[in-house]
Design a protein around this ligand. Structure first.
Ligand code: GDP
Length: 195
């Protein structure tokens, strides 16, 4: 799946701009700075494909990428900017709700959580949105290389507890480090087996 070329397709700001639903897709969500761009780049093996665009308040786009012509990888805008203007937040929440509940070909959402910080309130808000939209989601812990082995179990436990509150959560947690490559093959395999 990830052996072929990954291409940027388009940035979408409204439902009318979504590409035709002609293949399966997975989406990636997470707080700004969680390591989402880096993870998508690690998955696809293309540095700089997903731009680390961290400017608060800029137009929030849903970015579409193709993986081997058989899947779309969908990069959702980062959330949790401390001082994003309210209209921007509201516009993004509206588009996100429409997207999650209206996209037939969406097979799974990956909710990225920084392994150092664990699941935060804003992450749980996204998880609740996914519950409402009945989109199965899987938690991906990022930056595992920054967490001592001794602290990993604690973060995993906290994450498991948070996930137990969400009916749409897939129980398996993927621990990743884009820096070291840990968990990247696992995540690729998960995406490749979705039907
Ligand atoms: P985004 O806002 O979620 O797209 O986050 P970025 O991908 O831009 O990453 C935010 C910061 O975290 C950058 O400085 C990255 O270099 C760093 N980062 C991302 N992934 C990892 C990782 O696996 N390990 C470490 N140590 N740093 C990472």
């Amino acid at each position: 799946l990830f052996a072929g070329e990954t291409e940027f397709v388009k940035g979408v700001v409204a439902m009318s701009g979504l590409p035709p639903a002609d293949r399966l897709e997975v989406c990636f969500a997470g707080r700004s700075n969680v390591g989402k761009s880096t993870l998508i780049n690690a998955l696809t093996g293309r540095k700089g494909l997903a731009r680390a665009s961290n400017t608060p308040g800029r137009t929030q786009e849903i970015n579409y990428f193709t993986a081997a012509d058989s899947h779309y990888l969908v990069d959702l805008p980062g959330y949790g900017y401390a001082n994003a203007p309210l209209p921007v937040v509201e516009q993004w929440q509206k588009l996100l709700k429409q997207y999650l509940s209206g996209r037939q070909t969406l097979r799974r959402a990956f909710v990225l959580v920084d392994a150092r910080h664990g699941v935060k309130k804003v992450d749980e808000e996204i998880m609740s949105l996914l519950d409402s939209a009945a989109v199965t989601f899987q938690c991906v812990l990022t930056k595992a290389d920054k967490v001592k082995a001794a602290d990993r179990e604690r973060v995993l436990d906290q994450t498991r507890t948070a996930l137990s509150r969400h009916p749409a959560a897939f129980p398996e947690i993927v621990l990743t480090s884009s820096e070291k490559g840990d968990g990247i093959p696992t995540l690729r395999a998960i995406i490749a087996t979705l039907e």
